[in-house]
Design a protein around this ligand. Structure first.
Ligand code: UT7
Length: 323
């Protein structure tokens, strides 16, 4: 028994902010940045920001509906919902439970996975394992984030990098191969290099509630762990880089994607790139890129896709699949 992706969907909140607009806004608080710096160092040209009060489950709901439509399914056909998010609607219950309510269904198991930018890879891996074990037949996997709500707009080293959005995939049990191999990892020794350190206690937020990142440390680790996990997942499936039709990477920085493609000996024409328009949407980014690749006609049925992600935790992983 395999699990197969039978539908994808995504959603971006309508408010699109270009680098020029963001730079002008930051300048009002005396923060200096430029379109040129952001493009040169990251490849980002614009990002979408959700309005205050719009939550991850709101964005996830739209992406989920589109993925279900693409699969020709209704919400009541789903028997497992996993949401990957680091910006949950509430401390608890899970954003997956809130999404289940918004989809108007009840009964199936639902939970969140918290693996920051590797969240979509973790969620796909867990859904695949549950389907192959016979514990689910139709899983809805959603990555949804409102990172704009946890950005420090006085810190130019982070606030220009992230955006909001949601990506979703429907995974169904199938006798035909879909997901070929998965590979997920974490190293908690690096908790501090990418985190939102605050927590809620005694009715207040204790500690810093905004995103903090040591960009260079993350960059260096990302490049090395991505090489390792992509080679591992290919080896698990008895494949090489030459078998990959599309690399669908986490969209954090074009330079990290170029390095990953080079190590796999893949030309950039085989890499789905959405970072210019989306920025880094954390757990949503791979789902957004996957859906973009499918709907733009780049990704076709039967092709081999290599999805890879890396992020806070430190977490990283990859999924190899036949689409
Ligand atoms: O999603 C999870 C994974 N996250 C990532 O993969 C992020 C990984 N890290 C990165 O993508 C990069 O490290 C950054 C894009 C965050 C930074 O790029 P960098 O090439 O490593 O730049 P840097 O930190 O070395 O900074 C270079 C210079 C510094 O100035 P000095 O010290 O050379 O004078 C920074 O102060 O650029 C300055 N700088 C900026 N200048 C204009 C930093 N941020 C900005 C900014 N605008 N927004």
């Amino acid at each position: 028994m395999y699990s197969r992706i039978t539908g994808t969907g995504s959603y971006l909140p309508p408010r699109r902010i270009t680098n020029h607009e963001l730079a002008a806004q930051l300048a009002q608080s005396g923060i200096e940045t430029s379109h040129e710096w952001i493009v040169e160092r990251t490849g980002i040209e614009a990002r979408h920001f959700a309005d205050a009060g719009v939550t991850s489950s709101d964005l996830g709901l739209e992406a989920a509906r589109r993925a279900l439509d693409a699969a020709g399914l209704r919400p009541q056909d789903v028997d497992l919902i996993i949401v990957a998010t680091s910006t949950p609607d509430m401390v608890f219950p899970s954003t997956a439970a809130i999404l289940q309510q918004k989809l108007g269904v009840a009964g199936c198991p639902v939970f969140d996975v918290q693996a920051v930018c590797t969240g979509f890879i973790y969620a796909l891996s867990v859904a695949d394992a549950m389907i192959r074990a016979g514990n689910a037949r139709c899983a809805l996997v959603v990555g949804a984030e409102v990172f704009s709500h946890i950005l420090d707009f006085k810190d130019r080293t982070t606030c220009v990098l992230f955006g909001d959005g949601a990506g979703a995939a429907v995974l169904q049990a199938s006798e035909e191969p879909g997901i070929l191999a998965t590979d997920i990892h974490a190293d908690g020794r690096h908790v501090g290099i990418l985190c939102v350190p605050g927590h809620v206690s005694g009715g207040e937020v204790l500690g810093d509630p905004l995103l903090r990142m040591d960009g260079q440390a993350v960059f260096k680790l990302a490049v090395s762990v991505l090489e390792e996990t992509t080679q591992t997942v290919l080896a698990k499936a008895g494949k090489t880089g030459a078998d990959v039709d599309w690399l669908v990477p986490h969209q954090a920085n074009i330079r990290i994607m170029i390095s990953a493609a080079r190590k796999l000996k893949l030309p950039m024409e085989k890499v789905i790139v959405t970072v210019a328009e989306h920025g880094n949407t954390s757990a949503a980014s791979i789902g957004l890129a996957l859906d973009h690749g499918v709907r733009s006609g780049q990704i076709k049925k039967g092709q081999t896709l290599l999805l890879e992600g890396v992020g806070g935790g430190f977490t990283w992983g990859s999924v190899l699949l036949k689409y």
